[in-house]
Design a protein around this ligand. Structure first.
Ligand code: COA
Length: 208
């Protein structure tokens, strides 16, 4: 009986220590994010694991970031959407998934009526901009100076080439390629698996 009580106490203490170590692992070790000392990250942002947040990055309130993302220096995630009537309204946030890479100086604006969403495996090169309330689906590439207006949807595997513009509320079909220096307007007829370019942007040929 005496032995049993001692064993019981020992087991209980071991369990408590084990539980505390687990919490420490989950909240401290497992996080494993690199955040450069010059980055400003809101304590209201939720950041997953194994992310790289470079020098002078700003991450504002209402931003949720998943795992394994690379956010290069001078990027601003979560600034107010560029929609004048929403400047002083509540921000609806940004949701970023996993395995995305924003090389440098990328800006992603906060939602005005719903969150701006970046899904997984998205590549955004220098000066790429994603406007408020837009949805950027898996495997999209936005190359240098690519600008996506508000409320757009870039479907899976869309490529927006150098210095191109997608005007607000446009939906690109899956695997559309928008060539360099193009201007996609609401009259542009975009076709899945096609290369498009020009101002106004038109479908040109099948994408290889
Ligand atoms: C869309 C793209 C792939 C088209 O390339 P392509 O099919 O090889 O086209 P070509 O260079 O053979 O040009 C064919 C014709 O289309 C024209 N053209 C090609 N790209 C054009 C564009 N983006 N806008 C307007 N016209 C274009 C050419 O002037 C040429 O016209 P012509 O027949 O009257 O002489 C190319 O314009 C492009 O955007 N490349 C991606 C660049 C990029 O973003 N790189 C990322 C680096 S980070």
């Amino acid at each position: 009986m005496y032995n049993f009580i001692h064993l019981h106490k020992y087991t209980k203490n071991t369990l408590i220590i084990f539980f505390i170590l687990n919490l420490f692992y989950i909240f401290v070790i497992m996080k494993n994010n690199f955040i450069h000392s010059t980055a400003i990250v809101s304590d209201k942002a939720k950041i997953g694991n194994n992310n790289y947040i470079g020098a002078y990055v700003i991450i504002e309130d209402n931003v949720i970031i998943g795992d394994n993302n690379y956010i290069g220096s001078h990027s601003i995630i979560g600034d107010t959407g560029e929609s004048i009537k929403y400047f002083d309204k509540e921000k609806k946030g940004i949701i970023i998934g996993n395995n995305n890479r924003f090389t440098k100086q990328v800006t992603i604006d906060n939602g005005t009526v719903h969150p701006t969403i970046i899904r997984d495996n998205v590549l955004i090169l220098k000066n790429g901009h994603v406007g408020h309330d837009s949805l950027i689906c898996d495997n999209v590439q936005i190359r240098c100076n690519g600008v996506v207006g508000g409320h757009c949807v870039l479907n899976e595997n869309t490529i927006l080439c150098l210095n191109s513009v997608i005007q607000p509320r446009i939906v690109t079909p899956i695997r559309a390629m928008i060539g360099a220096a193009s201007n996609v307007t609401k009259k542009s007829k975009l076709i899945s698996n096609y290369v498009h370019y020009g101002n106004p942007c038109k479908a040109i040929r099948l994408r290889s």
